[in-house]
Design a protein around this ligand. Structure first.
Ligand SMILES: [Zn+2]
Length: 316
């Protein structure tokens, strides 16, 4: 009888220990659970991952080969937004589709000044901020506050990752040393790679190009290209046939040999302009994962610098 009682007592204690152990393990797992982050682009996803490492789990609303200004948010992505601890976006009028998605989710956390919302355009020296945009067809054109493709200057990943780190620290302050070490490693790699990119592109400095959309002014400024015209005089609005004719004439007259397109550009317009002007069309990749060779933010530039310098050499 006595023995049985002790047995029960021991079993109970063992049971309590087991329960405490499970609770502790659950608590530890809870603490180590990665922060769910939603970004509007794969470029921001890559930069959040560079800083957040294993402490974040990031999903991008836009697919890499999609026109970033025209995204259809899917129901599964709305569900991701509902549980996201942080939303990171390019800002300005880059994502005219985001407002509707946020209204559908109806989450008051994703508003300016909230710790769950980050607009990385703050702290960026915007280009074309003074370019007047025709306001007649309200909502049809983009870049109304300046050019929004600022992630394509690799130097801008410094302020962007600084803002991302500040946002992650508000949510996970204990992880400061980890985030800081990750960002430092990223910036060290950036410094090394940037030197190589500038060296590779140096022989083609001053090359005059025509682009389809105003995607490349930050990239062009950093790497010494001159964009003399774009096929879309109003960003996001298809050009008229007579405007295309005038560009073709201009390209012929001034000997412009390169036309930069995006994967989602109107292929027949690109073909027409290239054929009639005698220029080479080269498709650059504006966003991470748009090509297997551009699998993260830094390799996006590896890819584009290589492709562009090859095209510039061939077009000479
Ligand atoms: Zn644009």
């Amino acid at each position: 009888m006595h023995g049985a009682k002790v047995y029960f007592y021991e079993k109970e204690v063992a049971g309590l220990y087991a329960l405490a152990f499970l609770l502790l393990r659950a608590a530890a797992a809870w603490g180590a659970e990665p922060l769910p982050v939603v970004t509007t682009s794969t470029d921001l996803k890559s930069l959040v991952e560079a800083v957040g490492g294993e402490r974040v789990r990031v999903e991008s609303l836009a697919a890499p080969l999609q026109d970033p200004h025209a995204v259809e948010v899917k129901p599964g992505q709305l569900a991701m937004l509902k549980v996201a601890a942080l939303l990171v976006r390019i800002g300005l009028d880059h994502e005219p589709w985001l407002g509707r998605a946020l209204r559908t989710v109806g989450d008051s956390r994703f508003t300016r000044d909230s710790p769950h919302y980050l607009d990385t355009s703050k702290g960026i020296q915007l280009l074309q901020a003074e370019t007047p945009r025709v306001r007649a067809d309200k909502g049809a054109h983009l870049h109304g506050f300046g050019n929004t493709h600022y992630w394509l200057d690799p130097e801008n990943s410094r302020p962007i990752t600084a803002a991302i780190m500040a946002a992650l620290l508000r949510l996970a302050p204990a992880d400061r040393p980890y985030f800081e070490a990750n960002r430092k490693r990223f910036l060290d790699q950036l410094d090394g790679r940037l030197k190589g990119w500038l060296q590779t592109i140096a022989p083609y400095k001053g090359t005059r190009v025509v682009a389809v959309h105003e995607t490349w002014p930050y990239f062009a400024q950093r790497f010494g290209l001159t964009i003399v015209a774009v096929l879309e005089p109003n960003p996001g609005v298809p050009p008229s046939p007579s405007y295309l004719d005038s560009i073709i004439q201009k390209m012929r007259d001034s000997g412009i040999r390169l036309l930069i397109a995006e994967p989602y550009s109107n292929a027949s317009a690109v073909r027409q302009v290239a054929t009639q002007s005698g220029a080479t069309a080269v498709t650059l990749i504006p966003s991470v994962s748009g090509d297997p060779g551009a699998s993260d933010y830094l390799s996006l530039f590896d890819f584009n610098i290589k492709r562009l310098s090859q095209a510039a050499r061939a077009a000479r």
